[in-house]
Each structure stands twice: as C-alpha cells, then as structure tokens.
Design a protein around this ligand. Structure first.
Ligand code: SF4
Ligand code: SF4
Length: 392
C-alpha cells in the first residue's frame, strides 16, 4: 500500500499526505479501513510478490568489515543470472510489479543495469526501482542512471551509502577516497534530479555500527546541511543475532565479517536510535520522515521484546532472488529453491512445496529487517493511523 504512495512523484505524495493528516482520526480510520481490507484481500489472490529484492551481482569494489553480505562477495566463479535469464524471470512475475530493489555487491559494477531496468519496466510495468550504491564509480553510475531515466517510464530511487565522515568511511570501506567519490556521486545524482523527473529520490543510507556511532551526530548534520539529502539508516545486524523464533537450519548466514561492528550494548543502541529519530523528526511534516521514525520505533520494540510488531508479509508481498537465482522469502532466511531448477519460472518456484514449507516455518518469527518491517507496517491499520497522527 505505502509502496504505491512511494512510487508517486514526491511532491504529489506529500501534498496528499498533508491533506490527509488534517482529517480527524475517526475520518482517517473510516477511509483507511476499507483500503487496508481490500489490499489484504488482494494479497490472498497474489501469485507472486509485488516487491522484489534482486541481487544483481556478488562483485564489490569495497571490502567493508560491517557488510551483511560480506561472506558472499567476490566469489571465484561468478554464476550471475544473465540478462536473458532475468528477462525470463520478469516474464513470469505478475504485472504490475510495484517495487524492485536492485542490490548486491555493488549493482553498478554490472554494465547492463539500465537494460535490467528496461526489462522490468516493459515486462512488468514496474512502478518503482530502488538502487543502493557505494558511489565509488561516480562517472559510470551517473551515466547508467541517465541511461535508465532516458529509456524507462518507472520512477527511480537511489541511495548512496555513507557510513561515516571521511576517515571513518574510508576505513570501513577499505578504500581510500571512497568518501569523496560517494559525496560526488550523491551531488551528481541530485543535479540529475533537475533534468529527470523520473529520478524520484536521492538519499544517503548509513549503516550504523560501533565504528561510526561516535560521529553519527556530525554525519547527520553533514547530510542535512551540506548535502541537503534525505538520510536513511540501518543498524549493522546478523541473522543469528537479530532474528527470534527460527532455528539455525533456516537462518541465512548473513553477518558482518568483523563481528565487532555490531552494537551489542543496548544503551548504545538506544542512544543511536534517539539521535536518528530526532533527525527524522526534523522532517516530521513529511511522510518520508514519519515513516522512518515509525520504522525505527517498531524495530526497537522488536529488538526489546523479541516479538513481531505486525504480521510479516515476507513470502507473500516480499520476495528475494539472489545473484545465482536462489529464492528466499527474506534475506534473514536461507533460500528454499533455485530459479534455475524451475527454468527461471518464478511463479512455479513461488508456488512450489518448498515455498509453502518455508512460509509455514516462518509464520511466527520476528526480526528488525527494515525492508520487511516497512511492508508489514504498510498493511497494518493501526500503524497507518499512527503514521498520519499530526501529534507524532
Ligand atoms: S557494504 Fe556495500 S560497499 Fe561495503 S562491501 Fe558490502 S556491498 Fe560492498
Ligand atoms: S520476521 Fe519475516 S523477514 Fe524476519 S526472519 Fe521472519 S520471515 Fe524473515
């Protein structure tokens, strides 16, 4: 539901949202209730996910100790799905595909990223594509983004990762000059927004870890005042430490190569949370700012209580396809099949006995993964009402 709102032009979405918040709560509830009911009814008939996370490469030109996916990067054999295989995948997904997230590795190391976007744009009328980049290959990234915007109808969101001020960022990336390049990429993307209305959002994404905690306030100020970009956050996490209610046989092996990056001390986590929430509250008039604050609050609640904040829709609304075609309901659980086994037919893989069994196994688990939490909250009436309360 929120995905649909977020695939709108930013100014239109925020205008609609502001008007909505002016209505009394009972009126908002009366409007939202049938919308949520109908969205949930549709879910039951949905044969493939409306929100797909697609790993396009395992290659990366950085080597971050806090990388959740670090153990899988730069394998000796590539095994990446070819463009032809991705075309076959796109042709077996329901139309329209609400949201496609391209990730990796560094997605822009794949030269056919614009062609991949065109494939989903044409085959699935994909409304929103989101790409997160480390911003190191500034020239290539800007020209690939232009290539997408010139040839696709979709809206594009780009997140440039900044994980600290200059020295910390470069130390974390294992790459000198990474900060300057990422900043140049972020500025270049912001410039492109003037020319291409399809470039919906340019944001900075920070992965909060023990190494950048002490300069988080400085980084927040830099992104807000110097770059003037929206700032998103995630906490470094691992599937072993941040998922509750699942056994090791099902959990994925996602965890940072350097375990010291995880913030173990609850008091430190709470401090970082307060900092981030305050920074989002500066944008409390916007849906974007409020959604981020609400997501953080829910993530903190899950981390404290080890219980779900709302029904998890991984395996229904959300799905994951890895670089080699493996399929999972979410990134915190192991893949349950490979698309190559099904000749790239996603519909068949998603309705297989293996998929049904994984959905049954993940009926009660809880985790703080922001992507899945965001989907859950967008189908939850109480959360949507909370989001639109002007007193937040
Ligand atoms: S966190 Fe991003 S930039 Fe760093 S190694 Fe992982 S994929 Fe590459
Ligand atoms: S709560 Fe959802 S996203 Fe988290 S591990 Fe369970 S199924 Fe995956």
């Amino acid at each position: 539901m929120l995905d649909r709102l977020f695939s709108m032009k930013n100014s239109t979405r925020e205008m609609l949202f502001r008007a909505f918040t002016l209505l009394p709560r009972p009126v908002r509830a009366a409007i939202l209730r049938p919308i949520v009911r109908s969205a949930r009814d549709k879910l039951e008939r949905q044969s493939t996910p409306s929100r797909l996370i697609l790993y396009v490469t395992d290659r990366c030109n950085a080597s971050c100790g806090h990388c959740l996916y670090g153990r899988h990067l730069n394998p000796s054999e590539r095994g990446e799905l070819s463009l032809g295989e991705l075309e076959r995948l796109a042709g077996t997904l329901a139309v329209p595909l609400q949201s496609l997230v391209l990730t990796g590795g560094e997605p822009f190391l794949r030269e056919d990223v614009p062609a991949i976007c065109r494939t989903f744009d044409r085959a699935n009328q994909t409304r929103l594509v989101t790409i997160t980049t480390n911003g190191i290959r500034t020239g290539e990234i800007l020209s690939a983004v232009e290539g997408i915007l010139r040839t696709c109808r979709l809206r594009l969101n780009t997140h440039v990762s900044l994980d600290g001020m200059k020295n910390t960022h470069d130390r974390l990336r294992g790459f000198t000059g990474g900060f300057d390049k990422a900043v140049a990429t972020a500025r270049g993307l912001r410039e492109l927004q003037h020319r291409y209305p399809g470039l919906n959002a340019v944001s900075v994404l920070t992965c909060v870890c023990s190494q950048n905690l002490n300069e988080l306030a400085e980084l927040i100020g830099f992104v807000r005042d110097d770059l003037r970009l929206f700032h998103k956050f995630q906490f470094v996490r691992s599937s072993q430490a941040d998922v509750w209610g699942l056994g090791p046989a099902i959990l994925s092996d996602f965890s940072p190569p350097n375990p010291d990056c995880c913030i173990q001390d609850p008091a430190q986590r709470a401090l970082a949370f307060e900092l981030i929430r305050d920074s989002h509250r500066l944008g409390k008039e916007t849906l974007l700012g409020r959604r981020q604050a609400l997501l953080l609050e829910h993530a903190m609640r899950v981390a404290l209580k080890h219980e779900r904040a709302a029904e998890c829709l991984a395996g229904k609304v959300d799905g994951v396809v890895y670089t080699n075609g493996d399929v999972a309901v979410c990134e915190m659980t192991r893949p349950f099949t490979s698309l190559r086994k099904w000749e790239m037919d996603f519909g068949k893989a998603w309705s297989s006995a293996e998929a049904a069994s994984r959905r049954a196994q993940t009926r009660r688990c809880a985790c703080t993964h922001p992507c899945n939490l965001s989907t859950s909250l967008s189908y939850d009436l109480a959360a949507l009402l909370d989001l639109s309360d002007r007193t937040r």
